[in-house]
Design a protein. Structure first.
Ligand code: ADP
Ligand code: MG
Length: 730
């Protein structure tokens, strides 16, 4: 194994960067060439059909069979012209990665003549076996079959691989009885709920608004590690993170990696990733080094949220494929290395209207500013009322390492507004009166509201420690994990905001019916929300211990572990929230909850097993070998008559090694027993908690002792690549 380590190290040092040549110097020459977008549809479809498809896409209506047939034919012609031989429905099951099942266009006609074919039925619906995907027991009680259905609002694309090209059709994935089994279907439902709820609210201010949608820009953090070093680490290979590893003497303490110059090999990877992304219509814009050594980030220009989520899933897949080409492995795990920063996925989120307004961007008049404030305050209220659900939406075994680890937002949900907007909210709280306001009072308040500057983006006024921060013209949900499918937290966010906006509208209507003027009703209700949601507003340091105490005083939850955080999915509040917005039925929520618990258990179980086997099969043999070497040495020294003091150091190390070995062995054995016990627990939640509170607690002590051994044992015989070797990219 040590030989493998050195071989891996040698090849990682000797690699030459792979240069990549873009199809053109201008990205606009080849952006979205592999996407069946509006432009291509226009070219391949008659005007009339094109219009029908566009309409159906923007309104979310069904596309009729005849039109679908024409779309399928043109899609096939286009894809074949690019060299595609196969097609697949491309979907996002609850495994967390994307799924595809390829079929050839090739077909035999009735006369057994070979031909290329792609029918509307192949475009619109397919039937993958639902029982092979996580379904939370839905398949046991209902039909085993599931189907994927075309999402015309996300354009089809041609994926290139070394072996050929495939037409990919974005689809939702549902069980035969209609339960959603993926991340896309609920998101689409939440977006529809948001649209319906936001329109009447926007119309208080602008009658021309007839469509509201969400926008999302996802910043993706990741680590790169040389593929040979990766392959020499069974823990990394099986769990996505290093279960062992002493900290390198030099890690991120000098802060010299962030925004530093990009190593040539990494640069080659980034350029390649960008080219392939651009071809697929992913609008990547930014690339840079991140805080930890060998950590990087890329970010696209924001898009319609459904597309942004699809693009992020596609991007993660591309990153993996392209990294391999450059002899890297991309690590999307939230915490690949202990003691170094983890990776997140900042979700920059806002809402837009068909009148061209970003609803989180203040305007230049009191009226447009009041619209901005209405949306803004309703979002704050929604996050306040459903903070536990927001927390549950980002819960996973891997993200648990990150939240609250003094480098990422804590598990406490809070919102950062910035000084200016805090002042505006305080002002409204102070000036809006319960009784009827005088015209002078109203004018004074409107004047103040009109004063909100159009540009709020002030970089000095930024708080990087907040899990949910307002950043000038959007909210940034920073607690999302780097490996997550954003569809999940975004379904939650859009649903709670939709629900809140509907409540707001109802409240305003009932007040105006009783004779209050609309603008006064709006202000009064907003004031009420400001008061009610005060506890969630926090401008200070979210990483500090002080905040934990303060949050407790305010009655905010701080749930640090996944199995308990997930409870928020099954509270009465959540169940009725999702049901009244037509996002999830009770059955679906229970199924999802079950899947998330199962995933958690499996992840910890795998980590525990890998930990045991690496400790016993890799670490202990190396330690014992080195110890034997020392024993031989001591024996030799004794034999030639040297004094005891001359080999005292060796004896000391021999003893130290023994002590660590004893602890490691005992704890691995004990952990196995505890795991067995946990496995016998029938109730899923209790089993998950047992894995979290019992099994996982052994990780720390086993790791501690292994890492101590790493610092003692001869470098030449250490079996695993070390941190300093893995995080240094040459
Ligand atoms: P940061 O300083 O946090 O990196 P940027 O301005 O670079 O901020 O934006 C980060 C992300 O936010 C980008 O993906 C960007 O496109 C996205 N973004 C900007 N405006 C919006 C918006 N209105 N809605 C959603 N995302 C947005
Ligand atoms: Mg950001």
């Amino acid at each position: 194994m040590a030989i493998l380590r050195f071989k891996a190290l040698e090849s990682s040092i000797n690699r030459t960067p792979i240069a990549v040549i873009p199809p053109s110097n201008k990205v606009s020459d080849y952006f979205a060439t592999n996407v069946f977008d509006k432009e291509k549809m226009h070219k391949y479809l008659s005007k009339d059909v094109f219009k029908q498809v566009q309409e159906a896409t923007s309104t979310g209506q069904r596309i009729d069979r005849k039109v679908a047939e024409l779309v399928a034919t043109s899609m096939k012609t286009w894809a074949i012209s690019l060299g595609a031989t196969h097609y697949t429905h491309w979907f996002q099951p609850l495994t967390g990665s994307t799924a595809e099942k390829h079929d050839a266009f090739f077909e035999l006609s009735d006369e057994q003549r070979p031909m290329e074919s792609f029918s509307s039925s192949a475009l619109v619906q397919q039937e993958p076996d639902a029982s092979s995907f996580p379904n939370g027991g839905i398949r046991n009680t209902f039909e085993a079959r599931g189907y994927t259905a075309w999402d015309p609002s996300s354009p089809a694309f041609v994926m290139e691989g070394p072996g050929g090209k495939t037409l990919c059709i974005p689809t939702i994935f549902v069980s035969y009885t209609g339960e959603t089994l993926d991340f896309k279907a609920p998101l689409l439902k939440a977006l529809s709920a948001l649209n319906q709820a936001a329109i009447p609210v926007c119309q208080y201010f602008d009658k021309n608004v007839t469509h509201v949608w969400s926008t999302l820009g996802i910043e993706q953090e990741y680590f790169l590690v040389d593929i040979d070093l990766f392959n020499a680490r069974p823990d990394l290979e099986m769990t996505g993170r290093t279960l062992f590893g002493a900290n390198a003497a030099k890690s991120q303490q000098l802060d010299d990696h962030y925004f530093g110059s990009i190593p040539a090999r990494v640069y080659g990877f980034m350029v390649d990733l960008e080219i392939e992304s651009w071809k697929l219509g992913i609008p990547l814009k930014t690339r840079h080094n991140e805080v930890a050594p060998s950590q990087f980030e890329c970010a696209p220009i924001f898009e319609d949220i459904n597309l942004a989520v699809d693009h992020n899933s596609l991007l993660m897949d591309l990153m993996d494929k392209i990294a391999r080409k450059h002899h890297f492995k991309v690590l999307l795990h939230e915490k690949p290395y202990a003691g170094m920063n983890g990776s997140g996925k900042h979700n920059n989120w806002s809402m837009s209207t068909d009148t061209g307004k970003n609803l989180l961007s203040p305007g230049n008049s009191p009226k447009s500013n009041l619209l901005f404030l209405t949306i803004f305050i309703n979002i704050i209220k929604a996050v306040h009322d459903h903070a536990d659900l927001m927390r549950a939406g980002i819960a996973s075994a891997s993200n648990d390492h990150r939240l609250g680890a003094n480098e990422a937002p804590p598990a406490i949900m809070s919102i950062f507004l910035g000084g200016q907007l805090n002042a505006v909210l305080d002002e409204i709280e102070k000036s809006v009166k319960d009784k009827k306001m005088t015209p002078e009072e109203k004018t004074a308040l409107k004047l103040n509201i009109g004063k909100i500057p159009e540009i709020l983006l002030d970089n000095t006024d930024r708080n990087r420690t907040s899990p949910f921060a307002f950043t000038g013209n959007k909210f940034e949900f920073r607690a999302v994990g780097s490996s997550a499918n954003c569809g999940h937290p975004m379904t939650i966010l859009n649903t709670i905001v939709a629900d809140q906006l509907r409540t707001f509208h109802t409240e305003v209507e009932s007040m105006t019916k009783k004779g209050t003027k609309t603008d006064e009703a709006i202000l009064k209700i907003l004031r009420k929300y400001i008061v009610e949601s005060k506890a969630i507003r926090f401008e200070g340091n979210g990483y500090g211990e002080e905040w934990k105490k303060e949050a407790k005083k305010r009655g905010l939850s701080n749930v640090t572990t996944t199995p308990v955080a997930l409870d928020a999915f099954l509270t009465k509040t959540t169940l009725s929230l999702f049901e009244r917005n037509n996002i999830f039925t009770h059955r679906e929520l229970e199924a999802r909850h079950e899947i998330m618990l199962e995933t958690y258990i499996k992840k910890i179980q795998i980590e525990s097993r890998v930990m045991g086997s690496v400790a016993i099969n890799h670490i202990l043999p190396a330690a014992i070998k080195y110890q034997t070497l020392l024993i031989d040495n001591v024996r030799g020294m004794k034999e030639i008559g040297l004094a005891k003091e001359t080999y005292a150091a060796q004896v000391e190390i021999i003893k130290e090694i023994s002590a660590h070995i004893v602890i490691i062995k005992a704890n691995v054995d004990e952990m196995l027993e505890v795991r067995k016990k946990a496995n016998s627990i029938e109730n899923l939640r209790s089993r998950a908690i047992a894995y979290c509170d019992k099994v996982k607690t052994y990780f720390e002590i086993i790791r501690y002792n292994v890492d101590k051994l790493e610092l003692i044992v001869d470098d030449e015989s250490w079996p695993l690549p070390k941190y300093r070797e893995m995080v240094t990219i040459r």
